[in-house]
Design a protein around this ligand. Structure first.
Ligand SMILES: Cc1cc2nc3c(=O)[nH]c(=O)nc-3n(C[C@H](O)[C@H](O)[C@H](O)COP(=O)(O)OP(=O)(O)OC[C@H]3O[C@@H](n4cnc5c(N)ncnc54)[C@H](O)[C@@H]3O)c2cc1C
Length: 371
C-alpha cells in the first residue's frame, strides 16, 4: 500500500528536483524541497530539448504550459567550419510518435516547472549534514534548522553535496571541454538547428523564437585547464574564422557564459534512504542535449517505483536497476560524439558527408522507446 505520509526531502530545485516534486505531489506525497540559491530567475542561456524530454514533460502534464515558449526544431543541419554542407537529420521524423524537439530559454523552462511543482520551495537553504538514524535520516540545513526524513532525494546537480555527504562517489570529473553559451538578438540566425564542425571545436546555433538565437559552442581542452577569464573574447577568437551564420552572431553577441564540462560516473546511486537523481547521479557532456531528458525520466521512474513497491528500499533498487542501463548507454554515446568531433577534419568530414545522418540518429536510438 502507498504510504503518502512518507517524509520526503528533495535537495535542489533544478530540472530533476522540480520534476520529482511534481511527480510525487501528483501521486499524493507532500515532499519538502530546499534550494540553495535565492528565489529568482535561473542563470543559463537557452536549452535544447530533444523529443524524449518533451515526452517526459507531457507525462508530467507540463508540455502544454511550455508550448508558448521557444521554437520547435524539425531539422538538424551539419556543416564544415567554413559552412559547407555535410549532412542533415530530420529530427521531426526521428522523434515522431515520441515528442517534438524544442529550443527555449532556461528561465522559461524553470518558471513552468516551478509552477508545476505545486508547492513551496524553501529558497536560500542548502543541506549541510545527513546522518542515518535507523529507518530515517537526520538532516541539517544551512539556516541552522534540522529535520527527520524517511527518504532524501539528492537532485543537487553535478557537484552534489548529497553525493558527498552520503559517500556515494567522488567529485565530478572534467572531460576536457569548455562550453560557451549565449542568447543573441538582432542578428540573422539559421532557419534550422545548425552545427559547424571545426578542429577540436564546434559551434551550434538554433532559433528559439521571438527573433532570438541560442548559441552553444564547445572547445576541447586538456582536462583541468582553467576556464578563460574573458569568455566573450575567447568565443570570438575561437570561432572568428567560421562560415555563416557565425560571423553575424559573434558580432551581435553581448554576453557569453563559459562552463567547464564535467562527468559523474559512480558505482551506486543510493545508500540507505538517500538517493541521487539527475546530474548528481550521472552528468555527461551536453553534446547530445540529454541532461534534462534524463533528469525528467529519473523523476518519473523514481516516483513510479515508490508508488508501485510501496517501500523505500525496494523502490530505490527498482529505480537504479531501471535507469542505469539507459544512462550508461548515453554516457558512451556522448564520449563517442566527442571522439568524432576530435578527428581531423580531413578524416571526419568525408565520413560525416557519407554517413552522418545514420551516425547522429544512432546516438539517440535507444532513447526512442520509453524509459
Ligand atoms: C553548458 C551546458 C549546456 C547544456 N545544455 C543542455 C541542453 O541543451 N539540453 C539538455 O537537456 N541539457 C543540457 N545541459 C545539461 C543540463 O543542464 C543538466 O543535465 C540538467 O540541468 C540537470 O538537472 P539537475 O536538476 O539534475 O541539476 P541542476 O540543473 O544542476 O540543478 C541542481 C539544483 O540543486 C541546487 N543545489 C546544489 N547544491 C545544493 C545544496 N547543497 N542544497 C540545496 N540545493 C542545492 C542548485 O542550485 C540547482 O538549482 C547542459 C549543461 C551544460 C553545463
Amino acid at each position: 500500500m502507498v504510504d503518502t505520509g512518507l517524509r520526503v526531502l528533495i535537495v535542489g530545485a533544478g530540472i530533476a528536483g522540480l520534476a520529482v516534486a511534481r511527480s510525487l505531489r501528483v501521486a499524493g506525497y507532500r515532499p519538502d524541497v530546499v534550494e540553495r540559491h535565492p528565489a529568482g530567475p535561473v542563470a543559463g542561456a537557452g536549452i535544447y530539448l530533444p523529443g524524449n524530454a518533451l515526452r517526459a514533460l507531457r507525462e508530467l502534464g507540463l508540455a502544454e504550459p511550455l508550448r508558448p515558449f521557444g521554437a520547435t526544431i524539425d531539422r538538424q543541419v551539419f556543416r564544415t567550419a567554413a559552412g559547407e554542407p555535410l549532412c542533415e537529420l530530420d529530427v521531426a521524423e526521428l522523434w515522431s510518435g515520441v515528442g517534438e524537439c524544442r529550443a527555449l530559454s532556461r528561465a522559461d523552462l524553470h518558471r513552468v516547472m516551478l509552477t508545476g511543482a505545486g508547492g513551496a520551495v524553501r529558497f536560500g537553504i542548502g543541506v549541510t549534514g545527513l546522518v542515518p538514524a535507523g529507518e530515517a535520516v537526520d538532516v541539517s540545513f544551512s539556516d541552522g534548522s534540522a529535520g527527520v526524513y524517511d527518504l532524501v532525494i539528492g537532485a543537487d546537480g553535478r557537484r552534489s553535496t548529497v553525493r558527498d555527504l552520503a559517500r556515494l562517489g567522488g567529485p565530478a570529473k572534467p572531460v576536457g571541454q569548455f562550453a560557451y553559451r549565449s542568447v543573441i538578438s538582432g542578428a540573422p540566425g539559421p532557419k534550422h538547428w545548425t552545427a559547424l564542425f571545426g578542429e577540436r571545436a564546434g559551434f551550434v546555433a538554433m532559433p528559439m523564437g521571438a527573433g532570438q538565437v541560442y548559441c552553444y559552442a564547445e572547445e576541447a581542452v586538456p582536462p583541468g585547464a582553467p576556464a578563460p577569464q574573458e569568455p566573450l573574447c575567447r568565443f570570438r577568437e575561437l570561432f572568428g574564422g567560421y562560415g555563416d551564420p557565425v560571423p553575424g552572431l559573434l558580432e551581435a553577441a553581448e554576453k557569453v557564459a563559459v562552463a567547464v564540462i564535467e562527468e559523474v560516473d559512480i558505482d551506486r546511486w543510493y545508500h540507505g534512504r538517500v538517493v541521487l537523481i539527475g546530474d548528481a547521479a550521472h552528468a555527461t557532456s551536453p553534446n547530445l542535449a540529454q541532461g534534462a531528458a534524463m533528469a525528467l525520466e529519473d523523476a518519473l521512474v523514481l516516483a513510479d517505483a515508490l508508488v508501485t513497491t510501496g517501500a523505500v528500499p525496494a523502490a530505490l533498487a527498482v529505480y537504479e536497476a531501471r535507469r542505469r542501463p539507459r544512462t550508461k548507454w548515453l554516457l558512451a554515446q556522448t564520449r563517442r560524439r566527442d571522439r568524432t568531433r576530435d578527428l581531423t577534419p580531413a578524416l571526419r568530414d568525408p565520413m560525416i558527408r557519407r554517413l552522418g545522418d545514420q551516425i547522429f540518429a544512432g546516438h539517440y536510438r535507444r532513447l526512442l522507446p520509453p524509459r
